[in-house]
Design a protein around this ligand. Structure first.
Ligand SMILES: CC(C)(COP(=O)(O)OP(=O)(O)OC[C@H]1O[C@@H](n2cnc3c(N)ncnc32)[C@H](O)[C@@H]1OP(=O)(O)O)[C@@H](O)C(=O)NCCC(=O)NCCS
Length: 276
């Protein structure tokens, strides 16, 4: 496993053509939550305070704090100095794009204690992570959210694989909607994604094409037995996906931070052209 210290990277270490996907746990210790909290904007603090359950509030503070930490590394500003804006559908972006380099796009998704943060330059990006569950019947849910073609494909999948196929379809659709950033103003039955187990992630068809010819890359993200995620990136292959992890730098067993900042390392680099 390659280990890169953060200092090795320049502020603009995300090249065009590369996608960075960061994974982080959100159940931080109190000192870390406080550090995250100090970097939030008034609007984020207002949002945090509206959470009914303390655990949800802490996870919100953690994901916004980590998002700001990561963004600050890409655009060379202090986390607390970053101004985030949201479009009318809620998709956040940077209010002050760095004019020196190609515009930084990002998106985040979370499920329970797990969060994913995706970054790309000059191309829209969307990410979705879901916890895998077995306590539901995928066909009625698919009939509600999926296109006719996707429902037909799902019925062809062996029953033992159907829930996984459903989650592959769901995360790909959601990641695509999030990359577009226009919420559900694109009806979910107006585009088809692949979901047959063993087939590569693909956007198969789009029936509402405001920008004909615009290409999209979908990627399946394997997160082990409990979670599944997908990425949607504007543009054609090849794309290099770099997976990274944010780890709290704590003294073993103490729950105390040993130093400021995060331990960050490159997990693996996937050449999407080869991996499909
Ligand atoms: C809001 C939505 C964008 C994502 O909702 P979600 O799956 O509950 O949440 P995720 O964890 O994936 O993402 C949340 C993050 O996405 C970002 N986001 C919010 N609105 C967004 C939008 N319109 N486009 C892209 N990203 C958006 C925010 O950063 C948000 O994090 P925050 O709470 O810190 O602000 C939207 O797609 C939604 O409501 N989905 C509901 C699920 C559904 O019906 N899916 C059908 C798929 S087949």
């Amino acid at each position: 496993m390659a280990t890169d210290s953060l200092e090795q990277f320049s502020a603009h270490w995300l090249p065009v053509g590369e996608v960075h996907l960061w994974q982080a746990g959100l159940d931080l210790v109190q000192t870390e939550i406080e550090a995250c909290y100090r970097s939030l904007s008034e609007e984020e603090i207002w949002r945090a305070d509206r959470y009914h359950f303390e655990r949800d509030r802490r996870r919100f503070v953690a994901r916004r704090g980590i998002l700001r930490q990561l963004l600050s590394r890409y655009i060379d500003k202090l986390p607390s100095d970053l101004q985030l804006v949201v479009n009318r559908y809620g998709k956040p972006s940077l209010a002050q794009p760095d004019l020196k380099v190609t515009e930084l796009h990002f998106n985040l998704s979370y499920s329970n204690e797990l969060a994913l943060f995706a970054f790309a330059r000059g191309r829209a990006i969307g990410v979705d992570v879901e916890q895998l569950r077995a306590d539901f019947d995928p066909i009625p849910l698919a009939e509600r959210f999926f296109s006719t073609r996707e429902c037909e494909t799902l019925r062809l999948v062996a029953e033992k694989d159907r829930r996984m196929a459903f989650f592959m379809g769901w995360t790909r659709k959601e990641a695509f909607v999030k990359a577009l950033g226009i919420g559900f103003s694109i009806p979910l039955d107006q585009f088809d994604v692949s979901l047959m187990p063993g087939e590569p992630a693909r956007l198969l068809a789009r029936r509402d094409e405001p920008q004909p010819g615009l290409k999209w890359t979908l990627l399946n993200i394997d997160l082990g037995p409990s979670y599944l995620a997908a990425l949607a990136v504007e543009g054609d292959r090849p794309i290099t996906l770099k997976r990274l992890t944010v780890e709290q730098d704590r003294a073993e067993g103490s729950g105390q931070k040993t130093s400021t900042g995060y331990k960050i390392f490159t997990q693996k680099t996937v050449d999407v052209a080869e991996s499909g």
